[in-house]
Design a protein. Structure first.
Length: 411
């Protein structure tokens, strides 16, 4: 057994190497640590025993006790402690808030969601009211999960605004960015060892790269498209950020002919439906015309009708497809992605729009057109990316800090 009174700092590299193996291996042995790292047996065992001593790792029953022993001396087996802590991923959009409390370890046996809450937010609320609502939802999610604040290792929040590396959004001419990110870095600073505030489209890109349609792809854009357009851009395997976190910010589309607005597909579909009905291109007595007569235009219904062959709905999706082709053409010319993934709640039924956009896309750029596909991660894409980011922060920063604090307490 290692001398746990030794300074963890002297073995930081070996402890970090063992943690890296433990985070992805599930159960492992010292031999497997040696195979995955450059550590000697004695160094690997010392690092493992250090982490066991501070309850970051647990030693499992040996192979004989587990029923898989064959012959020879059974190897000691280890895994990350199930009591390590939790992480929280949040999607604080303009009109919604989603909070997920989950175990920190992405292991088949330990990976489980402890609580998930999704509520509507009033876009007319002030920054103070919005911050209060977010903190209240976080309190309620922790209560539902049955965990306390001291069990939180990392929190990541996605917001509909550029965010710098300190979690602060720059001023917006109408105050939108300050309201959608109402001082969350400061408000959550005491909640966890690591708190990260990120642009929501960047988190969507992380989600697609870790569990979605961009696995194995090094150059892609995750295009959040439901409420507002915003791109999470990955080039050569790296998420692009920028000085103020503004890479992929949708305001550029206010200035693009054929797009004209950063508002997303929900509004583009509504506007095209109303314009076609008011211009007499769509009969008010038809299915699409009746939608307008009844008031609010439901974009999902329009897309469903287009998929079923309704000619009026297909007229609308063709026109919105031209807008999407122009947007993807701009992104393709700027970042040269292999793939553009349309994300958000609208992605579930957006295929008629994408089919039209694919036909027009080659005319929009000189480079080879990127593959244009719909995300399968639905409305939770930002939350999924936030959880992935919080877990990475826990792995790289919070858990090593936790081990060091516990070791010092044993002195």
């Amino acid at each position: 057994m290692t001398d746990v009174s030794a300074d963890l700092g002297t073995g930081r590299a070996s402890v970090g190497a063992v943690l890296d193996v433990a985070w992805t291996a599930g159960e492992f042995t010292a031999t497997e640590v040696m195979a995955a790292t450059s550590l000697t047996r004695s160094t690997a065992i010392d690092a493992i025993d250090t982490l066991v001593a501070v309850d970051v790792l647990r030693e499992l029953p040996n192979a004989r006790a587990a029923g898989s022993y064959r012959s020879g001396r059974p190897a000691r087996r280890f895994a990350l402690s199930p009591e390590l802590g939790v992480v929280i991923g949040m999607d604080a959009g303009d009109t919604h808030l989603a909070v997920t409390v989950t175990t920190a370890v992405p292991d088949a046996q330990l990976d489980r969601t402890l609580a998930h809450r999704r509520i509507d937010l009033d876009p007319a609320h002030s920054a103070v009211e919005r911050r209060r609502t977010i903190l209240d939802a976080l309190h309620r999610a922790l209560g539902e999960a049955g965990v306390s604040r001291d069990q939180i290792l990392a929190i990541c929040v996605g917001v509909a605004a550029p965010v710098d590396r300190d979690g602060i959004s720059p001023p917006h001419p109408q105050g939108f960015w300050e309201r959608t990110n109402p001082g969350l870095a400061e408000a959550l600073r005491e909640w966890a060892p690591v708190v990260e505030i990120k642009n929501d489209a960047q988190l969507a890109a992380i989600a697609e790269g870790s569990t979605g349609a961009a696995i194995g792809c090094r150059d892609y854009v995750a295009l959040l498209a439901s409420e507002r357009f915003g791109g999470g851009v990955v080039v050569d395997g790296h998420v692009l950020h920028g000085a103020h976190g503004g890479v992929g910010e949708g305001v550029v589309f206010d200035h693009i002919i054929g797009v004209g607005s950063a508002f997303g597909l929900r509004y583009a579909l509504q506007d095209q439906v109303r314009a076609a009905v008011e211009g007499g291109e769509i009969d008010r007595a038809g299915a699409i015309g009746r939608i307008v007569e009844n008031g609010r235009v439901d974009p999902r219904l329009v897309l469903t009708l287009a998929s079923s062959g309704d000619a009026d709905a297909q007229l609308v999706t063709e026109r919105v497809g031209a807008t999407v082709a122009r947007i993807v053409g701009v992104l393709g010319s700027m970042y040269d992605p292999a793939r553009v993934i349309v994300c958000g709640a609208v992605a579930e039924s957006v295929e008629p729009v994408l089919a039209a956009a694919r036909r027009l896309l080659p005319e929009e750029l000189h480079l080879p057109a990127p593959e244009l596909i719909a995300s399968a991660l639905g409305a939770e894409v930002v939350t999924i990316g936030a959880v992935a980011t919080a877990r990475r922060a826990a792995r790289e920063r919070a858990v090593p800090q936790l081990a060091e604090r516990r070791l010092r307490a044993l002195r």
